[in-house]
Write a protein that binds this ligand. Structure first.
Ligand code: ATP
Ligand code: MG
Length: 568
């Protein structure tokens, strides 16, 4: 590509409303332009990168045996009524009407459409297993679209859906996709982790998210420093401490804490560490209040708590009036000692091995010191209730957990029969009986990957593309071609030679000053740069520099070709 014939529109200023590096650099490089909240045009430069990602995803999906389809973006309400998601999907679903007032949504995902396709197309076990995928525009009316294409409203997703006779078939394809995702992110040159994800009601090892590791990531993930184990912080198990609970040594003593309500205030004024205090919260259970206890330095994990049989699927804090009515004190003073007999006391594994601890006195302005489980406070059950923290032992027994941040770029999920049941998608099995299809779904945020890659690969000068994603691999910069026709001729010849050898090369023939030209090529992240100048031609060399290098080298034409387009 000759840059004089392309549309490159870089910007010098850092855009004011762009908070994260990838958003800033995509705007500065002129890769995207905002139309409205969460809606972006991909410029010719941006599109080149997007297409690279798309091509790798498509190739690896095909190689893994998935078959490409293209489904409508606009989907009829009736289909979404069949699965109950017209209402349940909530505010993210963009609902639209046609001229006859018939209702549709702009697809945020395609389980309904693909299952409708499957119920019409699949009749016999002989057609299974099958995995249909597409690369297509989705719309989700995100509450807070932000970070450019990272969390947009309209975005490009690769979504695949597999169909199986039974759970075993589904599981086999699940791991096949899991492996394919690993190949995709490896090929794109990204540092990533496959992370166990919460599966809600489905449970089991049925879902992984693929995260690109980056400081700016919206998700906290826990990963072992001694193994492959990684999980969403919400999902990661906090093991029970290895040591048993020491015997009670202190007597129970009520102490005055007139204004101290938080763990920090209480531990400060009593001179005890937060880890020797018990924090108690009251939540609304299926039948009345439930007490949840964790160590003072730990936090309740809402997702784990929500799974307790005593709770209605989520954990909702009891309101203050109710607490005052039942306990006679306000929330800052709740503790497990002397709670009413009908309030179950669920104690976290780490809190359960404390002895002689500090806790709320169930009376305004007082706490207990020297409290002990069983002797002073009832334990209904010990459970894993807390969020893991940095340094916890890894649940797989190898290494310690570290907490990092990630950007979710892919998600694989064993859905089971949920959608096939709702839409009555069945096939005839070997015995001639009707079988509801088992189903898996596998998403990749194609457009999000572009931003995520930048979060991992940039410096002060701009983007540093991993080679497989670069808009061009090589930039040839020509200095003052108008002064010396030999310079222009040498640049043209090198360009033609690299192009003929299949190297994606861009020739910067815009006639800019060297400084502006180099700044642009660095900003847009071209991995290799070759400078053609009068001085170089006289010496028989080209100046070469890799995007990550700090120094240039003078190379002969043969060396340049050997480096950038090795034969064979
Ligand atoms: P998130 O938790 O980030 O909102 P999600 O879990 O809702 O994502 P999925 O339904 O699993 O997303 O969609 C598959 C993939 O699509 C995600 O892994 C992500 O990479 C991408 N994706 C989802 N929402 C957006 C968005 N608003 N903008 C860009 N990409 C998105
Ligand atoms: Mg997801």
């Amino acid at each position: 590509m000759r840059l004089s014939k392309f549309h490159l529109a870089t910007v010098k200023e850092v855009p004011a409303d762009a908070e994260i590096v990838s958003h800033q650099l995509m705007l500065r490089a002129g890769m995207i332009r905002k139309l409205a909240a969460g809606l972006y045009t991909w410029s010719p430069l941006g599109l080149r990168v997007l297409r690279k990602v798309e091509a790798v995803v498509r190739e690896e999906m095909n190689r893994a045996g998935a078959i490409e389809v293209l489904m409508p973006a606009v989907q009829p309400r009736e289909l979404w009524e069949e699965t109950g998601r017209w209402e349940k999907f909530g505010g993210q679903l963009l609902k639209i009407k046609d001229r006859k007032d018939a209702e549709y949504c702009f697809g945020p995902t395609h389980e309904e459409v693909v299952t409708d396709f499957a119920r019409a197309e699949l009749h016999s076990y002989k057609q299974l297993p099958v995995n249909f995928y597409q690369i297509q525009t989705k719309f989700r009316d995100e509450i807070r679209p932000r970070f450019g294409v990272m969390r947009a409203r309209e975005f490009l997703m690769k979504d695949a859906y597999s169909f199986h006779l039974d759970a075993e078939g589904l599981e086999r394809e699940y791991w096949n996709m899991y492996e394919a995702y690993g190949r995709i992110f490896t090929r794109l040159g990204l540092k990533f982790r496959a992370v166990q994800a919460d599966t809600g009601a489905i449970g089991g090892n049925a879902s992984h998210e693929f995260h690109v590791l980056a400081e700016s990531g919206e998700d906290a993930i826990a990963f072992s420093d001694g193994s492959d184990y990684a999980a969403n912080v919400e999902k990661a198990e906090a093991l029970a401490p290895a040591q048993a609970r020491p015997a009670a040594a202190a007597a129970l003593e009520r102490v005055a804490t007139p204004t101290q309500k938080t763990i920090a205030e209480v531990s400060d004024s009593l001179g005890v560490a937060p880890k020797d205090c018990v924090k108690t919260i009251l939540v609304r259970g299926v039948e009345g209040l439930v007490a949840l206890c964790v160590r003072g330095d730990h936090e309740i994990n809402e997702i784990k708590a929500g799974k307790l049989p005593e709770l209605p699927g989520e954990s909702l804090l009891a309101d203050e009036a109710e607490i005052v009515r039942v306990l006679g004190c306000t929330p800052g003073f709740i503790g497990p000692v002397g709670l009413p007999a009908n309030v179950p006391v669920i104690v976290d594994r780490s809190a359960a091995v404390l002895a002689d601890f500090v806790c709320g006195g169930n009376e305004n302005g007082s706490h207990y010191r020297g409290a002990n489980w069983e002797r002073d406070a009832r334990v209904t059950r010990v459970e894993d209730l807390r969020k893991v923290v940095d340094g916890d032992p890894s649940p797989d027994g190898q290494g310690r957990l570290r907490i990092g941040r990630g950007i979710e770029v892919g998600h694989v999920f064993q859905l089971g029969t949920k959608y096939a049941e709702a839409l009555k998608a069945t096939v005839i099995d070997q015995a001639g009986k009707n079988q509801v299809l088992s189903m898996g779904c596998y998403g990749i945020g194609v457009s999000r990957i572009v931003a995520a890659a930048i979060e991992q690969n940039f410096d002060a000068a701009g983007i540093i593309w991993p080679e497989p994603m670069a808009p061009w691999r090589v930039a040839i910069c020509v200095i003052n071609p108008k002064n010396d026709s030999a310079v222009a001729a040498a640049a043209d010849a090198l360009y033609a030679e690299l192009d003929a050898r299949g190297v994606e090369v861009v020739l910067d023939d815009r006639g800019l000053r060297p400084g502006g030209m180099f700044a642009d090529m660095e900003l847009i992240g071209i991995p290799h740069r070759v400078v053609v100048s009068e001085r170089g031609i006289a010496a028989g060399t080209f100046e070469y520099r890799a995007r990550r290098d700090s120094e240039s080298r003078q190379l002969s034409r043969e060396d340049v070709l050997a480096l950038l387009a090795p034969a064979g």
